[in-house]
Design a protein around this ligand. Structure first.
Ligand code: FAD
Length: 289
């Protein structure tokens, strides 16, 4: 199918883009990589009257390391750039490891970090990574800017904190503490498909092997990235053992996710995957410390 008719603007500056979204907020869509928006428009599930294309907007595709060690990633940074960047490999190895799981290389060449985060598909990898890495999102509208944690940004199924007149301009990822490791695991029917379930883990240990911090976040087993705080609490303050990791992963899979069944997998199977993948991700994270 073809999309319904729409007007098109290609702002050259962020100021211009913010003004356009303010003027047309109730009837406009921002176009980033188009890998989710264009199919949705072709199916006429979305019929925006105005498309505001961010592809020519200056200054939104930078990827830098700030003085405090945080990564600052512009919303229009392509997913393939994240995959290949040495800065990302060194300072956010979890992202480097996970990017090949996101769709196919052709889609990653167009798809952006901002588009994926705002699209908020519960099966998306990037939202889960951002919650695991305690990222903050910079949301801008005319004359105003605010920061929201990734955890607070995701509200429910395809529902986020972003207001109609706001643009997600930048993602800020703080440095992980020393003696930290991270790992990502997912199961998909074919490589490049959305996963039936997946999980990211970030674990920090002190010199004696006691866990000082843990983030365990699941995808596609609930309406949004599912942060398993109960499982993390079972590990924090304890000497890490494989047995404890198994117990924590079981707890998360039994009590901290809300899987649904669909044509790809039953809810029970997703729960089973969550248990096994959680165990693998936690063990994998510890092994990398
Ligand atoms: C066949 C196929 C397989 C896929 N598999 C996966 C997968 O396995 N995992 C996965 O995570 N994704 C997958 N995707 C989705 C892909 O990663 C998309 O690139 C991504 O979801 C959207 O990014 P985009 O840059 O293309 O955004 P767009 O499609 O351009 O936009 C998506 C939405 O975000 C809004 N938006 C975009 N940028 C901003 C911004 N800066 N501020 C505010 N709103 C904004 C748009 O208005 C739109 O509503 C797949 C897509 C396809 C077609």
């Amino acid at each position: 199918m073809k999309p319904a008719p729409f007007a098109y603007q290609s702002p050259k500056t962020l100021v211009e883009a913010l003004q356009l979204i303010a003027e047309h907020s109730d009837d406009a869509k921002l176009l980033a990589g188009g890998q989710s928006l264009i199919p949705v428009m072709n199916f006429r599930l979305a019929q925006p009257g105005m498309l505001i294309d961010l592809n020519q907007t200056e200054g939104l595709d930078t990827l830098t390391l700030a003085a405090d060690g945080s990564l600052e990633i512009g919303c229009m940074v392509r997913q393939s750039t994240l995959e290949k960047s040495m800065l990302i490999k060194e300072h956010a190895p979890l992202i480097h490891e996970t990017m090949p799981w996101v769709a196919h290389s052709q889609i990653r060449n167009r798809g952006t970090i901002g588009g994926s985060l705002v699209h908020a598909d519960p099966a998306g990898e990037l939202p889960v990574l951002m919650v695991a890495l305690q990222a903050e999102f910079e949301l801008q509208k005319v004359g105003q800017s605010r920061r929201v944690s990734a955890e607070a940004f995701y509200i429910d199924l395809f529902e986020t904190e972003l207001q109609d007149d706001e643009i997600l301009t930048k993602i800020i990822i703080p440095p992980v503490p020393a003696r930290s490791g991270s790992s990502f695991h997912e199961v998909a029917r074919r490589h490049g498909d959305y996963a039936m379930a997946g999980v990211a883990a970030v674990v920090s240990l002190d010199a004696s092997g006691t866990c000082t911090a843990c983030r365990l976040v699941y995808l596609n087993v609930g309406p949004k990235p599912m942060l398993a705080t109960g499982a993390a609490d079972m590990l924090i303050g304890q000497p890490i053992t494989p047995e404890l990791i198994t117990q924590a992963a079981e707890h998360a899979a039994e009590h901290e996710i809300e899987p649904n069944g669909d044509i790809h997998a039953s809810a029970d199977y997703r729960r089973h995957l969550a248990k096994v993948l959680g165990q693998r991700a936690l063990n994998g994270a510890v092994q990398k410390i």
